[in-house]
Write a protein of this length. Structure first.
Length: 370
């Protein structure tokens, strides 16, 4: 993906009235990303920031250790993946803006193509200051062979320029979880990693995800949760609350599909009254307002979109009644009910290693999931 990706959805479909905000206008007012205080994790990132963006940073604790992290992190799936030799300066720009805004949590995986290596390149020199969450997707040469998992961890440490243990390592999509989870516990005991957990984004696996929360002595789990997809409320989030498990939310923006549903509409008055003036902030604030959620992990390839996302790290959350009213308003929009079957990343293209690898079997295979 180039730094001038023209396939990104238009800014008008992602936000409303940011002509008075955004990076350009904020910079003119002296509160743009470049003016933010590096490492500002306990106070407003920039004095005079408009609306909720000027409030105190919201943090939540990891129950296992008490370490507090901001409620908005940075995902890297697809958005940080590039082809060899492709421009990647936008990735460093995004990471710098994120850190200057008070962000600390970056989530990646060996499965995300070049994203893990690009993340390491973007944080070089400060990798040990980032709350890095990574994953293991490994089966080994035979049952209980842990050599592949160990090589995966060592390779991730090298790609991420990491000297101290990774903040979180999770069993990616529950792959070989019966073997990998005991291994993660051993690694934590040995000081190789700090926290351990499991992940999944597919609703069909949520009961199994909750099962591992209930019996796996987890520090963390990663699960899909959004204003549209609330299935995690049934069992996963209550299990996490009961067992002291941190909840990292993937797909809080439904991979661009929520913005496609709202289109050019302005946010509802209910949100504007809370000082929320972009859809991204609304969607993310709604997610992190749930008391069981520790951190949401939206991904983006554009610094101006990052600015909207990180605004959800500050300001008072909506109360439960307001959350329900906002969800009900969204549910009335055309396309909202059908979001689950809509393609990921509408109007966008991320030509990285993953997309290139996917193209060949897609052309060869007589069947493809829809």
């Amino acid at each position: 993906m180039s730094e001038t990706d023209s396939t990104e959805a238009s800014g008008a479909t992602r936000r409303h009235a940011l002509g008075a905000g955004g990076l350009a206008a904020a910079a003119a007012a002296g509160v743009g990303a470049g003016a933010l205080t590096p490492g500002a994790t306990g106070s407003a990132a920039a004095s005079g920031a408009r609306g909720r963006g000027g409030g105190a940073l919201i943090t939540r604790p990891f129950p296992a250790t008490g370490e507090r992290i901001p409620v908005i992190g940075l995902g890297t799936f697809m958005t940080f993946d590039t082809l060899p030799g492709a421009p990647r300066g936008h990735i460093r720009d995004i990471v710098r803006c994120f850190r200057r805004a008070g962000g600390a949590v970056i989530d990646t995986s060996p499965l995300y193509g070049a994203a893990e290596a690009n993340t390491g390149w973007a944080i070089a020199g400060s990798a040990d200051d980032v709350f890095l969450t990574d994953k293991i997707w490994s089966t080994g040469e035979h049952l209980w062979d842990d050599s592949h998992a160990l090589r995966s961890l060592e390779r991730s440490m090298e790609r991420l320029s990491r000297d101290r243990p990774l903040s979180v390592v999770t069993c990616h999509n529950l792959v070989n979880v019966d073997v990998v989870l005991p291994l993660l516990h051993a690694w934590r005991k040995e000081g190789r990693i700090r926290h351990l957990g499991v992940t999944h984004h597919d609703i069909a696996y949520f009961d199994l995800l909750a099962h591992w929360v209930e019996r796996g002595a987890l520090d963390s789990l990663q699960v899909r949760y959004s204003i549209r997809t609330r299935d995690a409320e049934r069992r996963v989030l209550p299990a996490a609350a009961d067992h002291g498990t941190a909840v990292m939310v993937n797909m809080p923006l439904e991979k661009g599909r929520l913005h496609a549903v709202v289109g050019d509409r302005p946010p509802p008055d209910e949100a504007l009254k809370l000082g929320i003036d972009s859809w991204a902030e609304l969607f993310l604030t709604w997610v992190v307002a749930h008391p069981a959620v520790t951190c949401a992990l939206p991904a983006t390839s554009r610094p101006e979109h990052l600015e909207e996302n990180v605004r959800a790290m500050r300001g008072a959350p909506p109360d439960p009644e307001t959350r329900e009213r906002l969800a009900a308003l969204l549910a009335e929009l055309p396309g909202f009910a059908d979001l689950e079957t809509a393609p990921w990343y509408p109007g966008k293209s991320y030509p990285g290693l993953v997309s290139r690898a996917q193209a060949a079997p897609r052309e060869r295979s007589p069947w493809w999931p829809s």
